[in-house]
Design a protein around this ligand. Structure first.
Ligand SMILES: [Zn+2]
Length: 106
């Protein structure tokens, strides 16, 4: 990022805002906010492409949130066919991992 942009942003802030920002910086809140913003932007980028057919998704694409708590993943599909295909694949993977589990323990 251009440092000029950051400088301009800081110049636009008043003393009160800067004081809050400095405090957030020290407590790590600012880092967390930036992290959240980055994550949501990356998520949006990922969801631009259908993971099944790699076609571009539109605004009325179907979005699936899946995975265990804390490890939630999100995927957007261009059509129900792709969503169905993805879910059946997910099902197959799960069945395979269950079938493999007894062997792993030995
Ligand atoms: Zn698709």
């Amino acid at each position: 990022m251009e440092l000029e942009k950051l400088k301009r942003l800081l110049n636009s802030l008043g003393e009160a805002d800067l004081t809050v920002m400095k405090k957030d910086l020290e407590t790590g809140d600012l880092a967390r906010m930036i992290e959240e913003r980055l994550r949501s932007q990356q998520e949006r980028n990922i969801n631009k492409v259908c993971p099944v057919c790699h076609g571009e998704t539109t605004e009325d694409s179907l979005t699936l949130i899946f995975g265990p708590a804390g490890l939630k993943k999100r995927a957007s599909f261009c059509a129900t066919d792709c969503l169905e295909y993805f879910i059946s694949n997910l099902k197959k993977q799960k069945q395979e991992s269950y079938a493999r589990r007894p062997e792993d323990e030995h």
